[in-house]
Design a protein around this ligand. Sequence first.
Ligand code: SAH
Length: 231
Amino acid sequence: MKFIVLSLISIFFCFGLAVAQEGYASLRKAMVENQLQNRGVTHLGTLAAMLNVPRHEFVPEDLQPYAYKDRPLPIGNGQTISQPYIVAFMTEVLELKNSDKVLEIGTGSGYQAAVLAKIVDSVYTIEIVEELALEAKKRLKEMKYDNITVKAGDGYHGWPEKAPFDAIMVTAGADRIPQPLVDQLKLGGRLIIPVGPHNGIRQLVLLIKRKNKIVKRNLMSVRFVPFTRDN
Ligand code: SAH
């Protein structure tokens, strides 16, 4: 009798989990259609990655029901995971290829790194808050994102040992573009970074490294948590 009751409980539990996962998959599909495609995101790799990566698994448990809403969410330590549209927009403008090696500064929850990792060959990501770096590393390992390497540290210096990179994404708002990141970009490489005064509106700047010049373009106004420095 006890065995039957326990079996029934576990069947209902698994069924509940499956229903929840199914629910999240359809919320994710609606997010991709309504928040991304309707706003002009067309890069197929980006759309597929956003459809695939379970965003709810990167946010605190009590916020999981809000994971697919059109908004940023807190992830602890005063940091936030960007609104899905911003994640997709920043990914799309990098024009990524399957063979690319990408550097991200500001690992946070690891969500953006996971999105990048679905598209490219390898992702290196640096997080200045050690606790967040360790958590993201553990989470990404459990989720089997084997092509992501996380390290704790000040991303201002980039990752010289792994450079040069096809693309670099900075997900914290800086007051200027760190020169080491430009230096670590391949020729033809792209860097996306929010730049502007702290506590203000910043511009999402796309930088392209050409043979004899650096081309910069402001793409849109954004709000981001600040890029901080190790002293
Ligand atoms: N990309 C993340 C969200 C980033 S929030 C995600 O998908 O969840 C911005 C992150 O940048 C924060 O976690 C913050 O601690 C980190 N950060 C700020 N300055 C940094 C620096 N100099 N080097 C590395 N990480 C930094």
